[in-house]
Design a binder for this molecule. Structure first.
Ligand code: ADP
Length: 183
């Protein structure tokens, strides 16, 4: 079975697929960063390795100028060696409770989309923010992500024609495609 699910929302295609975010050819890819923007494990480490050292320099310069990036906020760097022109770095919540963590996760998605619109981008790829070492239960992380993206796109004009959720495992793909079905 081909692992792609899609939905058209207010002029934008929302696509769920199984794959590696570092090889996506969208205008931007989103990084599930940490507040210090220092790279690390998981998808963050994979993106920093694939993009090359210029990204680390841009991240350090940002932190030196603006301080740490708080959870729920976003910033951008160039894409370095990636096919994507930009990396939008956002910080998801470390999961504690739905009440505390859901608004932060929603903000991480929506701030990233707002930044992509600010850059007049047409396509963007997201990983499953917070669903790895930050411990957000996968089914809940998927529901919050899909609702946040859908709400954002329904709110008004966006330059985005394509929003991809790039799932790294079958379990992640199943959770996100179920969440899309539920919208
Ligand atoms: P967080 O700290 O926000 O939880 P992680 O990197 O630990 O971030 O995990 C977030 C999600 O990214 C997980 O579902 C993980 O499987 C996934 N992931 C890891 N590497 C990649 C990759 N190369 N492409 C897409 N997703 C990835």
């Amino acid at each position: 079975m081909e692992k792609v699910a899609r939905r058209h929302i207010a002029g934008t295609d929302l696509v769920i697929l199984l794959g590696d975010i570092t090889v996506q050819g969208t205008d931007a890819i989103v990084n599930a960063a940490n507040s210090g923007l220092r790279g690390g494990g998981g998808v963050d480490g994979a993106i920093h390795r694939a993009a090359g050292p210029i990204i680390d320099r841009e991240c350090r310069a940002h932190v030196a100028q603006h301080g740490k990036l708080p959870p729920g906020r976003a910033m951008w760097t160039h894409g370095g060696n990636l096919a994507a022109r930009y990396i939008i770095h956002t910080v998801g919540p470390i999961y504690r409770s739905d009440e505390e963590s859901e608004p932060v996760l929603q903000s991480a998605y929506q701030e990233s989309l707002r930044m992509a619109d600010g850059l007049a981008l047409e396509s963007i790829s997201f990983p499953a923010i917070s669903a790895g070492v930050y411990g957000y239960p996968l089914d809940k992380a998927a529901r919050v992500a899909i609702e946040a993206i859908t709400d954002y796109l329904q709110q008004g004009e966006s330059s985005l024609k394509l929003v991809q959720m790039v799932c790294f495992s079958n379990a992640s793909y199943a959770a996100f495609s179920d969440a899309l079905d539920a919208v």
